[in-house]
Structures are given as C-alpha cells and as structure tokens.
Design a protein around this ligand. Structure first.
Ligand code: CO8
Length: 368
C-alpha cells in the first residue's frame, strides 16, 4: 500500500472577534425592543450560561457590525459582482497559503482541490473551482458538504484517491462562513458558531518535500445515521415555497435539538473512534491525542473520557472553541493545527469530526 502523508496545515482567522458579553448585550437590546413592539416576553441571553453550557467565550466573524446591530441581527456581506472573488474563496486563500508553505509546496504541485464545508454560498460554479482559478492550480476541483464532518469526509476521499494513484498531492480546504447561517435572534443558538477557514495538504510519500513535520494517515473511518436533530432547510427549493406571485423568501437557519444531539452523539462518537483504533490493532492508551470537532466543551470531555475510560488531561483532547466557538468542519483541523508540534516519531493521534447527518469521520495518524 502506498504511504499517504499529511504534510501541512493552515488556518485563516477572520478579522473580528465578538465576546459573549458583546453578543449578549446586543441580543438583549434586540429582545427589549421586540418585547416592547409585540407585547411578548422573550427572555434575555446570558454570557455566564453560554460559557458554562458550551465552553465558548468568544468567536471570530467576517463582519461584526451587522451582527451586533439590534435592528439587524445578521452580518452584512454586500453582494459582489460575479467577476469579483467570492467571500469563501477570500477566506480560503490565506489558509491554503499557510498549508502550502508548511508542506514546502506551491499551487503548481496541487493535482486536486476539495472545498469541504457545511455551508456553500452558492450552488455553482463550485467554490473549489474558483479557488483553483485564483491559486493558478491545474488539475481539477470540487465541493463536498457533510456539515461538520465535511473536512474529514474530504480527507477520506483524498486518502483513497492518493492510494489509487489518481493524484499525487491534494488540497482540502474548509472555508466555514457559519455566521451567514446562524440565527442571531435565537437565544438557544445565537452563540454557537464562528467563521474560519482551515486547510490541509495530503500527498503520496514519494512526492512529499517536507517529511520532518509530517503525519502518515493510517486509515479513515466514516459513519452516517439519519437524524433531523440538526437541520438547515436553506436551498434551491426556498424560492418555490411561497404561494404568492412575489416570492417572500424566508431565511433558513441552522436549528437543532441541542440536548438530544448531546445525548445521542457522545456514545456514537466514543464507540466509533474506539472501534477504529481496535480495527488497527491498537488500544486507546496508545493514542496520544484526540483532535475532536469543537462542538461543546462538555461533550468533547465526555467523548474523550469514554474513549480513554478514565479522566483526561487537557492536551489529550485540546479545546479551541473557547476562542473560535463551533467552526463546523474546521474545528478538529484547527485543534490539530495548533496542537501537534510536540509529537515524536511513531506517536499516534486521531482527528475526529461529528455533526449534522448525523455524520462521524475519523482519521488515524502517526507522526513520521
Ligand atoms: N442564555 C441563557 N439561558 C439560556 C440560553 C441563553 N443563551 N439558551 C438557553 N437557555 C436556557 C434554556 O431556556 C433552558 O432553561 P430552562 O431549563 O429553564 O428550560 C436552559 O438554559 C437549558 O437550555 P438547554 O437545554 O438548551 O441547554 P443545554 O445545557 O442543552 O446547552 C447547548 C445548549 C450548548 C446548545 C448544548 O445542548 C449543546 O452544545 N449541544 C450539542 C450541540 C452540537 O454539538 N451540535 C452540533 C452542531 S454542529 C453541526 O453539525 C452543524 C453544522 C452546520 C453549521 C452551519 C453553520 C451555522
């Protein structure tokens, strides 16, 4: 079997941070105005609740003023001409440049680009092909969407393409523009997501220029199981759903049954990653680190404790959602990007995503 290496990663952090306190201040102003106007008595949000229930303290976004304006409560991304670079391509490029530099490659070396994320800003042309254009890469490119598992499912596709020899070097990029699908007027979910882009370079060992900081992919393991507990009905059908002549398109946002998700997904994920590790004839104690999807600090801790069957140290399942919030499929890649430099040759780690679908994707890696 050919050996497949992850040789570089990169993260683009958007320019604006919003603390829980700032988010809650504008949310509560919106609620006060709403209650005054309607006579309803909707309840305030609380920064303490958010941090305790989720572990999130802050999030990065591509635009802040619209989100924090109580009269708007959603970001403002002015419509761009078709000839202008799209916002997701704009987010993707700096993450890609960092990943390329880490792997000592240039765009000319990339055979395939997979743009994998939970929300794409348009149906077509594929954002991946636009990224290919701006990078000046040849070969081909396509988009993949498996919600929060988009990155790991794309890594699985890349891994198998590289093994068959249909490509030598593949770029997987995750421009997660979560703020555009988050209902900032909804107390239950207004705090959950942030924007970010992450990228990884995967390649066949024989073409890898950089091997000192590389990880070999030992295997990928995917699972899906249909659930409506995390859902977004946004799509091409929306404009046809209004019976009037002038379509009154509703905003379709992320919704979830958070408690159900928490309860159902924790055992699914811990069993899934244990199974993958046993299938490779290892035991959990041989895994130095879990780079988990960043959904919720309590959920991540429980998954890791079930996996190791003991209490864990913070570095066994590093948390980055305190500053980034849930960044959908980019979360586990950011955790990897920030927390792999201490690995020694032969040490094992596991990247794992989980989310809507339900979907779980895990990637077992060994430091070269
Ligand atoms: N402030 C104060 N109080 C609040 C707030 C708030 N903001 N929100 C809720 N409360 C109150 C509730 O009203 C409730 O009060 P009461 O007990 O009196 O009824 C109490 O707090 C508890 O509410 P919950 O039961 O809802 O709170 P939880 O403890 O369950 O915490 C969480 C809520 C944090 C959302 C938690 O359920 C959670 O994290 N669940 C897992 C979520 C998860 O991992 N989802 C995966 C999503 S990722 C994915 O796959 C989607 C990808 C799509 C991305 C697209 C971008 C948008």
């Amino acid at each position: 079997m050919p050996q497949i290496y992850l040789t570089g990663s990169g993260v683009f952090t958007p320019p604006y941070a919003i603390s829980n306190e700032d988010l809650v201040t504008s949310f509560n102003q919106y609620i006060d105005q709403h209650n005054q106007k309607t006579g309803e008595s909707l309840t305030h949000s609380s920064a303490e609740f958010i941090e305790k229930a989720s572990g999130i303290k802050s999030r990065y976004v591509m635009e802040k003023a619209g989100i924090l304006n109580p009269n708007r409560m959603r970001p403002f991304y002015p419509k761009r001409l078709d000839t202008e670079m799209s916002i997701q391509a704009e987010m993707a490029l700096p993450a890609i440049k960092e990943a390329l530099a880490a792997s000592k490659k240039t765009a000319k070396n990339i055979d395939v680009i997979i743009c994998a994320c939970a929300s794409l800003q348009r149906s077509y042309p594929a954002v991946a092909i636009e990224i290919q254009h701006y990078l000046g890469a040849s070969g081909y490119a396509f988009d993949v969407n498996v919600a929060c598992s988009s990155a790991t499912f794309a890594i699985d596709i890349a891994y198998h393409m590289l093994q068959t020899g249909s490509a030598n070097t593949i770029l997987v990029v995750n421009p997660e523009l979560c703020s555009s699908h988050l209902n900032f007027k909804d107390r239950d979910s207004h705090f959950i997501f942030g924007d970010v882009a992450s990228a990884v370079i995967l390649e066949r060992k024989e073409v890898a220029n950089q091997q000192a900081d590389a990880f070999e992919l030992l295997g990928t393991f995917l699972k899906t199981n249909f659930s409506n507990n995390i859902r977004n009905n946004d799509g091409i059908i929306n404009a046809t759903e209004d019976p009037e002549d002038t379509p009154n398109i509703q905003f379709h946002y992320f919704t979830q049954q958070g408690k159900k998700v928490f309860k159902e997904v924790v055992p699914m994920v811990s069993e899934h990653i244990q199974t993958q590790v046993y299938n490779h004839h290892y035991t959990p104690d041989k895994i130095k680190r879990l780079w988990l999807h960043q959904a919720n600090i309590n959920m991540n801790r429980l998954i890791a404790e079930k996996f190791y069957n003991r209490d864990i140290t913070p570095l066994e399942a590093p948390i980055i959602l305190d500053t980034y919030a849930n960044t959908s499929s980019a979360g586990s890649i950011i955790a990897f990007h920030q927390h792999h430099q201490d690995f020694k040759t032969g040490e094992l780690g596991l990247i794992c995503s989980f989310g809507a679908g339900y979907s779980i994707g895990s990637v077992l890696v060994k430091k070269v």
